[in-house]
Design a protein around this ligand. Structure first.
Ligand SMILES: C[S@@+](CC[C@H](N)C(=O)[O-])C[C@H]1O[C@@H](n2cnc3c(N)ncnc32)[C@H](O)[C@@H]1O
Length: 267
């Protein structure tokens, strides 16, 4: 079975783009985990790396576009995102020379044109990760590097299990298995310099603040198979009751299984 078929049932890309476009104004205020993950990804870049041309793929509001510009003042930056609304938000804040609408699975860039491809928490939205890797390999110059963070199975497990207890529907985005990241990276014709998984847990006062923050991030459930229509008060009460069983002293936990990968294109 192909990776895409196995992973299947991913949201339509137009829906992903529309959802993130709508979230462009609210995203930064709730992107605590995204900040911390992106910082950890930056810290994984070798200190000796001095890219002439770098790409921030799935740049969102451009926080890491600007961080990369600061880190590589003599390099030229390109920022790509599938959501026009995110680009409209990021562009006036600068950092990259070009802000381009595009898809990680079909990059709007020439072959062998970048030295560093940086992508933080965007590639979990791509159904065909093999294609993402082959696009990365195509646009990287020999000796270039890809550094990405993404999410794998186990992410938002508490929310998934709670909904499961209520109605058995898929209310949480599907995620690729870590083993699939391992296998696909190993077969990418790039050298896997590092590939790790780390759990990060956020805590929320209640279920409403968790679902509100997912919506503000643009990352709420877009899976086909999600139940349509409104969520009635009885179901919400049942969800709250189920989620309460996970409560910890710090609040309701929301676990993210974060994948960090660094790959090098052979010279
Ligand atoms: C969670 S945000 C992360 C933004 C930014 N990298 C950060 O760390 O703050 C995910 C971004 O990936 C973008 N995205 C989703 N699917 C994409 C695709 N196939 N190609 C390019 N960008 C995509 C979304 O539009 C969104 O802006």
């Amino acid at each position: 079975m192909s990776e895409q078929a196995e992973y299947g049932g991913l949201p339509d890309k137009r829906q992903v783009a529309a959802s993130f476009s709508r979230a462009a104004e609210s995203y930064d205020a709730v992107a605590e985990l995204q900040r911390s993950v992106g910082e950890q990804l930056l810290a994984r870049l070798p200190a000796s790396l001095q890219p002439q041309r770098w790409l921030d793929l799935g740049c969102g509001t451009g926080f890491f576009t600007r961080a990369l510009a600061e880190r590589y003042p003599s390099g030229e930056g390109v920022a790509v995102d599938i959501a026009e609304g995110m680009l409209r938000h990021a562009r006036p804040q600068g950092g990259a020379l070009h802000f381009i609408a595009g898809d990680a699975e079909a990059l709007p860039l020439q072959g062998a044109s970048v030295d560093l491809l940086f992508s933080s928490l965007a590639l979990q939205w791509c159904g065909d990760f093999q294609r993402v890797l082959s696009e990365a390999r195509r646009v990287l110059r020999p000796g270039g590097m890809m550094a990405f963070s993404s999410l794998c199975v186990g992410t938002l497990q508490e929310l998934r299990d709670s909904w499961q207890a209520v109605d058995g529907f898929v209310h949480v985005n599907r995620f690729r298995r870590f083993e699939d990241y391992q296998q696909l990276c190993a077969g990418s014709e790039m050298q896997v310099l590092a590939l790790q998984r780390r759990a990060e847990t956020l805590h929320f006062a209640d279920v409403r603040s968790l679902t509100r923050s997912l919506k503000d991030l643009g990352a709420h459930n877009l899976n086909p198979g999600r139940p349509g229509g409104l969520t009635g008060p009885a179901r919400i009460r049942a969800l709250i009751e189920a989620y309460e069983t996970f409560r910890q002293p710090a609040g309701l936990p929301a676990t993210y299984q974060v994948v960090y990968g660094v790959l090098g294109k052979p010279r």
